[in-house]
Structure formats: structure tokens, C-alpha cells
Design a protein around this ligand. Structure first.
Ligand code: SF4
Length: 379
């Protein structure tokens, strides 16, 4: 494992709206309102996304006056990388500290229960983001919120509750930063599996997806963007009508309601049947299959009866299943199942003709694996 520090935002720019917040249309309208030519919007986005330039002074196809006007109205990077770790398997993790919690911190978060601290201490304004390289892809695992309101019992991200939502620009900034790391190159896939429940920050997440997917943005294919949720039926239904055909993953983690409520506190707000109804609507309206994410907790949800019921549910909704072997979190009382138990569980599903994979744990030595992200610099 090695560590380096990355580039920081200029704190003086935080009061201005980040260019990462804008799509081409809205930015073009903004610059026209400032008395600049409409094409300036496209020029700015080209500098940021195509050339990787965030210093307005270096945007030399704009006049000096235009650059001064733009610098007075907009910022670019709004976070500072306070820790950069590289794991033995080349997974990289950035701990990013935001200068504040953003203009709409926590606005859509629900249900009530997590106290929001709009100013926040330094650690309450930090999120982690991870780059997972494989032979044929470079996947960014991004955070959608600061902390998490859901509080899954196996996960470090929810331990301190929710501190706020990330704006669209701050979600995009995570992917931009990962793509600018030395030797990484273009990010090919994005998964909303970092800190936070993305569907509880719906507007910011969908605006970020628009920018990630656009040709003038980061150009990441819609199917290569995965939104992973513990399941909010109304938000899943809303996502069915979103015009960008993303991939949806549902974190099921237990096939029985009673057990699911013990693992995922928000399971008390909707039953598995209600989730399946919303997922069925997703399948009918979008024609796209759902992936069920299932974290195996030793002795808790990894028995034969769980596998059989999971297979029944997956078949009823034509879903694929991803099995994730629990990764240890300090102070969390679950056991990592043995490799033999995980394969036995997989075999039960396979025998019932379910398309099932075991997801490899990446970045475990820098606590970058599933469920290990948190908003504190740990040493
Ligand atoms: S697993 Fe996801 S939804 Fe659950 S607490 Fe962690 S970040 Fe939140």
C-alpha cells in the first residue's frame, strides 16, 4: 500500500458555482446571461472534460476579459484530497474533504432520524471515492452523500448517520479526479456504491449521471453507470422514467423481511414484496434486468434456506445475483464467511438456474472494499 496527496481546491473558489454542476444547455444560458457568446459554454466544458484543465487562466481560447468574468462567477474543483491510498491490487482510494456541505445539504434525505449538521466538522465533510482497475475497465465507485442515513449494520459508511447530500458537481468531481490520477486514463464505468443512498439524493444523482454520460462531459455509456439502492419504491418508479438508460442494482442482503429489517434499518419502510413490485415495473418499462446485491454475513444470511428463497425471488423478477463476501469493519460484529460457504451458497442458486456471480473484494488492505468506506481519515 502506498499513499500520496492529490491536488487541492482553492478555498477562495467555494462560494462560486462549480462548472461541474452544469450541463451544456444550462451553462450556455448562464454565459449568455453574462453577455458572453453562447459557444463559451461549450468551450469551458471542453477545457474541463476533454483537456482536464481547471485553471481559468489556462483557457486561452477565451479573451482575458471573458476569463476574468468567468472566474468571478464560477469555480471548478470544490474538494481537497486529504488522503490518496493505493492498494496492493492497484485499487486507489481518495479521501476528499469538502469546504462545506453544499447549498442543499440533506434536502431530500429521508426518513427523519439522522440529525443534519449543515456546517459540519472537517471529518463530517469528507467522503471517499474508489477507482477499481481491471484488465478491461476502470470503474469509479462514487459517493452520493456525506455519510449515509440508512445505517446498514455491516457498513462503515452509515455509522455516524447522514451529514448531507453531495451536489451533482461534487459527484462528477469525484469521477473527474479519479480519471486524472497518474496512469489511470479514462474512467469507463461508474457505480453508485460508495457512501450514501443515491435514490435519497435523486435530483443531484440524476443531474450527475447526465453529465457523466454526455459526449461533452465524461462520455461514460449509460449501461456502464450503475445506481445501487437499498430500495425506495417511489424513487425506483421515478427512475423508470429517467431518459438515460442506466443499470439498476438492488441491495437485498436478506430474502426474508424480518431478517432484512435487522440488517438494513430502512427495510422497515418497505417490504420485499413492495420492492419487487417496483422492480417489476422497472423491468416492464425499461426492458432492463436488475441485479440483486447480496452481502454474505457468516451465520446470519448464508444458510441453505436463504439461498433457496433468494433463488425464488431472483427467478420471479428475472434478476441476476451478485454475491459479496462481507469485509470486516472495525467494531461491527459480523463474521466473514469462508470461501467454501460462499461457493456452496452460489451452487444452490446455480442449481436453480439463476445467473449468479461472486464479486471479488478489491482494495481490502486500504479499507476500500464494499461496506468499508467512511468519512474519517483512518491511520
Ligand atoms: S451499505 Fe450503502 S445504504 Fe447501507 S449504510 Fe452503507 S452506504 Fe448506506
Amino acid at each position: 500500500m502506498s499513499e500520496t496527496l492529490g491536488n487541492a481546491a482553492n478555498p477562495a473558489t467555494i462560494d462560486r458555482t462549480s462548472l461541474f454542476e452544469f450541463d451544456l444547455d444550462s451553462l450556455s444560458q448562464e454565459v449568455v446571461a453574462m453577455g458572453l457568446p453562447r459557444r463559451t459554454g461549450g468551450q469551458l466544458l471542453k477545457w474541463v472534460y476533454e483537456k482536464g484543465v481547471t485553471d481559468f487562466e489556462r483557457m486561452t481560447d477565451l479573451s482575458k476579459d471573458a476569463r476574468a468574468q468567468i472566474a468571478a462567477r464560477f469555480s471548478t474543483l470544490q474538494g481537497s484530497v486529504v488522503r490518496h491510498q493505493v492498494a496492493s491490487d492497484d485499487t486507489q482510494k481518495l479521501l476528499i474533504e469538502w469546504a462545506d456541505l453544499g447549498p442543499d445539504a440533506g434536502a431530500e434525505a429521508k426518513p427523519a432520524g439522522s440529525a443534519l449538521r449543515l456546517a459540519g466538522t472537517a471529518t463530517e465533510r469528507q467522503t471517499e471515492t474508489v477507482l477499481i482497475p481491471t484488465e478491461d475497465r476502470r470503474t469509479a465507485c462514487v459517493s452520493s452523500q456525506v455519510g449515509c442515513p440508512v445505517g446498514c449494520k455491516f457498513c462503515a459508511s452509515g455509522i455516524g448517520g447522514l451529514d448531507g447530500n453531495l451536489t451533482a458537481g461534487r459527484i462528477v468531481e469525484q469521477v473527474w479526479r479519479l480519471g486524472r490520477l497518474e496512469g489511470v486514463g479514462r474512467v469507463s464505468n461508474v457505480v453508485f456504491m460508495g457512501m450514501g443512498e443515491p435514490l435519497a439524493n435523486f435530483n443531484n444523482v440524476t443531474q450527475a449521471i447526465r453529465i457523466l454520460n454526455a459526449e461533452w462531459g465524461l462520455g461514460i455509456g449509460a449501461r456502464k453507470i450503475t445506481v445501487s439502492t437499498v430500495g425506495l419504491p417511489p424513487a425506483i418508479r421515478k427512475l423508470c422514467t429517467f431518459d438515460i438508460p442506466v443499470t439498476l442494482a438492488l441491495s437485498l442482503h436478506a430474502p426474508f423481511d424480518e431478517l432484512r429489517r435487522k440488517i438494513i434499518p430502512w427495510a422497515e419502510y418497505s417490504t420485499i414484496d413492495e420492492l419487487l413490485d417496483a422492480c417489476q415495473e422497472w423491468f416492464v418499462k425499461t426492458g432492463r434486468e436488475i441485479t440483486l446485491e447480496y452481502i454474505l454475513l457468516g451465520g446470519v444470511n448464508d444458510r441453505r434456506e436463504h439461498a433457496e428463497e433468494l433463488a425464488r425471488l431472483a427467478r420471479s423478477m428475472r434478476a441476476n445475483v451478485n454475491l459479496i463476501r462481507y469485509n470486516e469493519v472495525e467494531g461491527v460484529p459480523f463474521a466473514r464467511p469462508t470461501s467454501g460457504d460462499v461457493h456452496a451458497f452460489q451452487e444452490v442458486l446455480r442449481a436453480k438456474h439463476v445467473n449468479v456471480h461472486i464479486r471479488a473484494s478489491r482494495g481490502r488492505d486500504i479499507a476500500a472494499a464494499c461496506g468499508q468506506l467512511r468519512h474519517e481519515a483512518r491511520h
